[in-house]
Every structure is written in C-alpha cells, then in structure tokens.
Design a protein around this ligand. Structure first.
Ligand SMILES: Nc1ncnc2c1ncn2[C@@H]1O[C@H](COP(=O)(O)OP(=O)(O)OP(=O)(O)O)[C@@H](O)[C@H]1O
Length: 342
C-alpha cells in the first residue's frame, strides 16, 4: 500500500493543462522528487496532494484511503500531510516553540513541539522569535513544525532554495536523515537536477504537465528516456546524423552505435561534456583547444571541430587549462553518449 498515490490525475487552469494524466505511487519511507523546468506542473501536483487545489480528474490516495476523486475531496487539515514551502511560512508573532506546536492537536502539544525542535538541533531556541533566527535555522523550524504532528506524507516545495550553497548541502543531508527516521512518504519539488539526484529514491521528470520518466536517479541519469531528459541533467554536445547500414551514426568524434533505431532513420547524438577525456592512446582524436576555463574541481575546455560546427565542450577532471591552440587527444566514454530518434 502506497503512502501517497496519484492515479490518472489531470488538472486544468482554464484551457491550460497544468497536470496531464499523472500516475505516481510513493511508498512510506520513500523520497520521490518532482523535477522539471518552471511551469511544468510540479507545484500544482503538490497542491493537489495537500488539498489546496480541488481535484478535477483522477484520484489521490493517502495510506490506501482515497482523499480526493471526482466525487469529493477531504479538507487539507484532515489529510495528515506535512507541508514545507520555499518561504518557511513561520508566524512572525509566535515564538519558535508555539510555531512548532501550532499544528499539533494532541494535549501534549508543547512537549511534542519541544521534542521536534530537539530533533532538528534547535531545542534551546524555543523562546526565540522567527526574525531572531538565520535562514537555515528557520528552515529547520519549518521542518520541525512539519514533522511534529507525525504526518504520513510530507510535501516539500523547493524547501532549500532560500539557503546559501554551503548551508544547503548540510541542511539537505540532515533533513533527509530526519525524514528517513519518520518513515513518511515524501514528495519533494525541485527544478535542480543535482538536488533531486542527492535527495531522491526515485525522480519523476516532468515536462508540460506530464511525467516523462520515473525511475531511480541512476536510471534517469544513465538511461534518459529522450533527448530532453538527457539535456535536463547536463547540457550536452549534439550531433545530427543518419543511422547507417552498420547500425551506427557517424559523428565528428567517430561512429556511435544506435541499436534502437532502424538504418536510414534520422538521429540525434548527445555526448555529455563529462564523456570526453584526455587519452594518449592511438584510439583518440587530436583536437585543437579554442579556450579553457576553470570551474573549480574541473575545467570546461572547448575544442575546434572545424568550419560550420559548434565547438566541442569537454569537462575535464582533474582540471586542465591548456592555452588556445594546444592540440590534445580526446576519447569518448560510450556510457555517456546517447542516441535518440530525431
Ligand atoms: N492559479 C493558477 N491560475 C492559472 N494558471 C496557473 C495557476 N497556477 C499554476 N498555473 C499554470 O499552471 C502551469 C503549472 O504551474 P506550476 O506552478 O504547477 O508549475 P511549476 O512546475 O511548479 O513551476 P515553478 O518551478 O516555476 O514553480 C503553469 O503554466 C502555470 O502558469
């Protein structure tokens, strides 16, 4: 029995389809990330699960009980879901402890709130007010408030986007550990592929209201469903071509196998910048550097592929910063090359 299940959920705003026949089941203890570009329907999906948006078509169930279908809908406060939004939405006039106790209906609300604050490491800040806390601390209060009523489902909308990069990594990891200990089914919205890869047991990649691909981070990254899915994780070098009788597509870097496509069909080959590496063996291709930039742990190096072709972008690790004009030998990791029907 899934902790949270969407069955054939479709939602329109006027003529515009925001969510289009969505089917996702999230087990208790699982974190599923809704990932996709702005406007693809992530927040609407979350709001439908929370009951903040009235379901128009399909069915939503929590813990095996239908909470919304075409006949009716359970009020948000009766769904037993925890919500965390981007802006934390703490009440400014309430103390931290009262903020956390707010949603708890049990008689021992303050003790429960204190226990939740202890869990997020803010047990000694209960008497402070929200404006006295840093962004990261406020995020942890929001988390404490969401877990305190022990919800079966946790809905999170870009909960880390207000934090600076270094704090974000730490708060993300702490949140993940805490959520795992509560056993809730978690649906987390993000537009950041790295965040999804880091947090999710499974990722639902959305585009224009539809789930394009649902799978583990490893499946989405290494076996993208289409060119758009491949590009969403990392911008890639793209080559157009035709599948030859040998089942391969010719590219400036050599032939790439296209086992899923028929000879004669048009194809797009995507080669991730990470797929390119320096290689002095006889198999590699000599290419001239156009420019190189340091990105930190690795470098972005552009190579000349000749007239009429865009430069080949390689991400080299450890970083190399060869001067323009240097000739380097490059080979391709076939595991990071993808061929799709054009
Ligand atoms: N209340 C509304 N009224 C009309 N259209 C809406 C409303 N809410 C969302 N939409 C539209 O529905 C589509 C999906 O919006 P949604 O907010 O779910 O996307 P999103 O993937 O969460 O985007 P973002 O990452 O920018 O938050 C968009 O085209 C949006 O303009």
């Amino acid at each position: 029995m899934a902790g949270l299940a969407f069955s054939n959920v479709t939602h329109r705003f006027g003529q515009r389809i925001a969510v289009d026949d969505l089917n996702i089941e999230i087990e208790a203890g699982e974190v599923v990330c809704l990932l996709g570009p702005s406007g693809c329907g992530k927040t609407t999906t979350l709001r439908l699960a929370a009951g903040l948006e009235t379901l128009q078509q399909g069915r939503i169930a929590i813990g095996g009980h239908v909470v919304a279908d075409e006949r009716g809908s359970l009020a948000p406060e009766k769904r037993h879901v925890g919500l965390i939004f981007q802006d934390y939405a703490l009440f400014p006039h309430l103390s931290i402890l009262d903020n956390v106790a707010f949603g708890i209906t049990r008689r021992d609300a303050l003790a429960e709130a204190q226990a939740a604050l202890d869990k997020v490491g803010l047990g000694d800040r209960g008497r402070s007010f929200p404006h006295m806390l840093s962004g990261g601390e406020q995020q942890r209060v929001a988390l404490a408030r969401a877990i305190a009523p022990r919800p079966a489902v946790m809905l999170m909308d870009e909960p880390f986007s207000g934090l600076d990069v270094r704090l974000r990594d730490r708060v993300r990891d702490e949140t993940l550990a805490l959520l795992a200990s509560t056993g809730a089914a978690v649906l987390l919205v993000t537009h950041d592929p790295e965040e999804a890869m880091r947090m999710a047991s499974r990722i639902a990649l959305m585009r224009a209201g539809r789930v394009v691909q649902l799978g583990t981070p490893e499946e989405l990254y290494n076996r993208p469903a289409d060119a758009g899915a491949a590009r969403f994780f990392a911008e890639a070098n793209s080559f157009a071509g035709t599948v030859g009788d040998d089942g391969q597509v010719a590219t400036p870097l050599g032939p790439v196998p296209a086992p899923a496509l028929r000879p004669g069909s048009r194809a797009e080959v995507l080669i991730r910048p990470h797929a390119l590496r320096l290689d002095d063996s006889g198999q590699s291709l000599p290419l001239r550097v156009l420019r190189a930039r340091l990105l930190g742990a690795d470098s972005l190096v552009e190579f000349d592929l000749g007239p009429g072709l865009s430069p080949l972008v390689a991400r080299l690790s450890p970083p190399h910063l060869p001067p323009a004009g240097t000739e380097m030998r490059i080979s391709v990791d076939p595991g990071q090359c993808f061929v799709f029907a054009a």
